[in-house]
Write a protein that binds this ligand. Structure first.
Ligand code: URA
Length: 296
């Protein structure tokens, strides 16, 4: 057996080795040389003078064929996987878009009862985790409306806004300024308790914005108290820190808006209660100035 024949047999039976390239383009098969170039090269390089030359050309062509078939198979599989991922992503995006678009269309209500029943039908990312929808409490005829962030555990249990620990603190401060719940209307940006009491995300707040603006329109108050940063940012569509804007009335679309600290922040930082008290007095004075007949 000639040496070149031995070599040929060995090569024919050898498994094609598959180097682990990260990109197809890194592979020599996909870099610069295609079949036609190779055969040209072979023709050029091979003078046909020796067995070695002819046989090694054949071997190399065969080897490449096997590799290319495997690589093509892999490429097809990869394309199929890629396409299925893209389809899934597209479906998810469409679903999110539908939820948002439906929401914006859906909540355009003219009355409070319409708004409430429309809201109850809506899809919302964490609605399924909440026990109940906490819509509102107080007097819907009042010229004073208060807007918080989202229900907590106690609110979720009772179905009313601001009835937990922070709610009680807020109420006691309002009461001290002679402002009582039966004389104001109170609600939240999000009517469902977020899972694990987390804050609603920017995206979730964005979804709820048309709803809360619609809610304000229906109640048509003279003064709106924005309780905490989330409420301020959602309603005013602003990014300023609550510390810089609290206690100042903002005249917007023929209504006065006043951002205040959230009572749960006061529970953590009791030294800020004096700022809150100042804001309560400003609100009381404004109610008097506007002759709103809601102080006891
Ligand atoms: N915090 C809020 O923002 N709203 C509630 O209803 C209770 C706590």
């Amino acid at each position: 057996m000639s040496k070149s024949y031995e070599l040929w047999v060995k090569k024919m039976h050898a498994k094609p080795s598959m180097p682990n390239y990260s990109n197809y383009s890194d592979r020599p098969e996909y870099s610069s040389c295609d079949n036609s170039m190779r055969s040209e090269n072979f023709q050029e390089n091979c003078s046909g003078e020796s067995d070695d030359c002819i046989q090694s050309d054949c071997l190399e062509t065969n080897d490449i064929k096997i590799k290319k078939t495997t690589i093509n198979d892999m490429k097809i599989k990869e394309n199929v996987i890629q396409k299925s991922i893209q389809t899934k992503e597209k479906k998810m995006k469409t679903k999110e878009k539908i939820v948002m678009e439906n929401f914006q269309e859906f909540v355009k209500s003219n009355t409070l009862s319409e708004l409430r029943s429309n809201l109850a039908k809506i899809e919302f990312p964490f609605k399924k985790y909440a026990t109940t929808m906490v819509f509102s409490d107080g007097n819907s005829e009042s010229p004073l409306m208060l807007i918080g962030e989202a229900p907590g555990q106690e609110e979720d249990k009772q179905g009313k806004p601001f009835v937990g620990e922070s709610g009680k603190l807020l109420e006691s401060m309002l009461n001290a300024a002679k402002i009582y719940r039966k004389n104001y209307y109170i609600t939240n940006i999000v009517p469902w308790r977020p899972p694990e009491n987390r804050a609603p995300t920017t995206e979730e707040i964005k979804i709820m914005r048309p709803y809360i603006l619609n809610h304000i329109e229906i109640i048509n108050p003279k003064i709106v108290i924005l309780i905490g940063s989330t409420s301020y940012k959602a309603v005013m569509n602003q990014v300023k820190a609550i510390t810089t804007v609290r206690g100042e009335f903002i005249d917007h679309n023929n209504r006065l808006y006043i951002p205040i600290f959230h009572p749960s922040y006061l529970l953590r930082s009791p030294s800020k209660k004096k700022d809150m008290w100042r804001d309560m007095l400003s609100i009381k004075n404004k109610i008097k100035e506007l002759n709103l007949d809601i102080l006891e």
